[in-house]
Design a protein around this ligand. Structure first.
Ligand code: FAD
Length: 359
């Protein structure tokens, strides 16, 4: 089969890795750079990781695998009737097309947005790194995982770092967990401004409804918008993302979607871990093997500086401290989720329990 994948992010590259020995696999990627690790970008900006270490796969890896990698080529239109992908560099016929176009950051809309940047690509990271090295400070807007990765690494590197978040809870967690994570990050010197709405930005900082917060280098981490445009143009059904069923099928025959661009039942993966798991399950489905992905069950370990924080399964509602670093969420006697600060081994054990729904 000719499998054509749009996107060389973790979803696309893992699918190619899985299927390259069995099928003719082509990747079309608009960025003119090899696959790099987005989870490592804040470590790179902070100076803890050399640029070379961001690239897990070399050109020769693709070559050895027999993957036809097309960098700097944009997928533009899906010609469903002729089963061809029209790109900026010509047409590519497919038997199966997989859209793994990821997402882009939700930018700010307030006045002075030109003073604020976003982080998604290596190019963004290089620009931000240069500015932070020049101004020695950073002001991060948003208390999700990208915001926390950034503040932790930059503060650990010795920069003056402030985090402004409009809500009172970090990572969408409850007050106690927010406090526990804040205490850890305050240890690095991060200054938090919670419940603060940003009204406008200027060159030297931002105006919030709680006052002015200084910061030359301002990075907005407000979440992401799935890249669904190529599907929409091709008449494929989309909501927030590209709509898929539980087998990653879109509304078009032989066209699938995985990773951050895909939406199942209102759920968008949003992590590299989910994108790679989607790829592994889709590879089995395309092999004709029975496999399934539990979209409702999410589990990821984020690394905030040196502090791993694992979010497993359902982490909302009434939780109970298991020990001082672990909060578990129960349904009756069964563990349905947990948040584990620092102890990754315990997190893996709890993930197994939560997946199996045992007490
Ligand atoms: P992407 O990685 O976005 O890749 C999609 C690719 O498709 C891109 O390379 C894009 O250029 C290409 N593309 C898009 N449109 C076209 C087109 N029309 N033609 C050709 N190519 C196209 N996740 C974690 O699990 N843990 C973490 O600690 C973590 N930290 C993160 C830190 C940062 C700073 C960022 C930005 C993200 C982080 N994530 C983390 C999230 C994770 O990186 C994403 O969820 C993941 O990259 C999604 O993978 P994907 O393959 O779906 O999409």
């Amino acid at each position: 089969m000719r499998i054509v994948i749009v996107g060389n992010g973790p979803g696309g590259v893992e699918l190619a890795n899985q299927l390259s020995g069995e099928h003719k696999v082509t990747i079309v990627e608009r960025e003119n750079v090899l696959h790099y690790s987005k989870p490592m970008l804040s470590h790179y900006i902070a100076g803890f990781v050399e640029k070379e270490k961001l690239f897990p796969y070399s050109f020769s890896w693709y070559e050895k695998k027999g993957i036809d990698l097309n960098l700097g080529v944009k997928a533009e239109v899906i010609d469903r009737a002729r089963k061809r992908l029209i790109t900026s560099d010509g047409e590519i016929p497919y038997d199966v097309l997989v859209i793994a176009t990821g997402a882009r950051p939700r930018g700010p809309t307030f006045e002075g947005k030109e003073f604020v940047q976003t982080l998604r690509t290596l190019q963004d990271a290089e620009r931000i790194k240069e500015q932070i090295e020049k101004y020695k400070d950073a002001l991060i807007l948003g208390g999700g995982f990208i915001g926390l990765e950034l503040v932790a690494n930059l503060a650990k590197a010795g920069y003056r770092v402030r985090l402004v978040h409009r809500g009172s809870n970090l990572l969408g967690l409850d007050e106690e967990l927010t406090k526990a994570i804040m205490e850890k990050l305050e240890g690095y010197g991060v200054e938090f401004y919670l419940d603060a709405n940003t009204l406008k930005a200027d060159e030297n900082g931002i105006f919030t409804d709680k006052g002015y917060v200084e910061g030359k280098v301002k990075i907005c981490a407000f979440g992401v918008i799935p890249n669904k445009e190529i599907a929409v143009k091709g008449g494929i059904h989309a909501g927030r993302g590209i709509l898929i069923d539980d087998h990653f099928r879109t509304s078009a025959k032989d066209v699938y979607a995985i990773g951050d661009c895909a939406e199942y039942n209102g759920i968008i993966g949003g992590t590299a871990k989910a994108a790679m798991e989607h790829a592994r399950v889709l590879a089995n489905i395309l092999r004709g093997k029975e496999d399934s992905y539990d979209f409702e069950f999410r589990s990821t370990v984020f690394k905030f500086g040196d502090i791993p924080v694992a979010l497993i399964g359902k982490t909302k509602g009434e939780g109970k401290w298991f020990d001082e670093k672990t909060k578990i969420f129960l349904e009756g006697e069964k563990v349905i989720g947990a948040v584990v600060i620092e102890d990754v081994r315990k997190a893996m054990m709890l993930e197994k329990k939560a997946k199996a729904g045992v007490s």
